[in-house]
Write a protein that binds this ligand. Structure first.
Ligand code: SF4
Ligand code: SF4
Length: 268
């Protein structure tokens, strides 16, 4: 049901989309919901949009109530994980006896489980992470004793992972790019704040676009500006492109230097 991202439990065999395995998860497995306790689930930008909308919260409220900030290993990038409850089992806030109460909007990692995707793995030897998968083979998971046969591709299709991966693609790319740089290359605090807001705080990002001179300074065309104000998914995907340009100098943004200078002087 979910994807704990914990080093010790990762089976180091690399899988491709065609790799096959036997697995099933349903209410009659003896371990039902056991995997929804005491786990480290990294949330992606699209996870936040789905979950905050499901719960009727703003992105700020969701981040504050349901997440914990962390730095993603080997990247120094600020990310968030789902905050477990402060009870004996350290349960996921969304698990109940009869399963996950937000199942249709469950995070990417929960959809992938019992697979892990290379992009977010906390592993030392992950270099080419595109299309790389592995098993998270936890001792309590009886799903591997079931008869249903999958390829990685058919399992991903069944779990609705493709939409999530497509929307998060640009964000995953930023992580892979940062990992490929020397570990002593650090971003400024300001750049990390921007990464966090554009990745996770989609409502704050909208206010930033509205209240600052960002759109004018970066000469964003009116059609794009209208789209990213109106649509949360367009907004985060625009954010990925902007961050790629800002952090890695890739892409075709430009700066109106006169205007940027004027705004800077006005602010100082
Ligand atoms: S979000 Fe749902 S599937 Fe994921 S850990 Fe929580 S209860 Fe389990
Ligand atoms: S079979 Fe595995 S994934 Fe399903 S509930 Fe049990 S531990 Fe979780």
């Amino acid at each position: 049901m979910n994807q704990p991202i914990i080093d010790a439990r990762i089976n180091p065999v690399k899988l491709s989309l065609d790799s096959t395995f036997c697995f099933d998860c349903h209410k009659n497995v003896s371990c039902f919901t056991e995997c929804c306790n005491d786990i480290n689930i990294i949330l992606t930008p699209y996870d936040i949009i789905r979950l905050k909308n499901r719960l009727g919260l703003s992105s700020e409220e969701f981040l504050q109530i349901y997440t914990e900030p962390q730095l993603l290993e080997k990247t120094d990038l600020p990310i968030v994980t789902l905050k477990m409850l402060d009870n004996e089992k350290k349960s996921c806030p969304f698990v109940r006896e009869d399963g996950c109460i937000i199942y249709k909007d469950r995070p990417t990692a929960c959809r992938y489980y019992p697979l892990g995707s290379g992009v977010l793995a906390h592993k030392d030897d992950v270099d080419n992470q595109d299309g790389f998968y592995f098993f998270i083979h936890e001792p309590h998971c009886k799903g591997f004793e079931e008869k249903s046969t999958w390829t990685v591709k058919s399992f991903k299709d069944d779990q609705g992972v493709e939409d999530y991966d497509a929307i998060n693609h640009g964000w995953n790319e930023l992580i892979v790019m940062k990992r490929s740089f020397p570990s002593n290359m650090h971003f400024t605090d300001k750049a990390k704040e921007l990464f966090f807001m554009m990745s996770y705080n989609v409502d704050q990002f909208a206010r930033f676009l509205q209240d600052s001179s960002f759109i004018q300074i970066h000469q964003i065309n009116p059609d794009t500006a209208q789209k990213i104000m109106a649509d949360e998914i367009e907004r985060i995907q625009f954010g990925y492109k902007f961050l790629k340009w800002l952090l890695f100098k890739q892409g075709d943004f430009s700066v109106n230097q006169d205007l940027a200078e004027k705004r800077k002087n006005k602010a100082s």
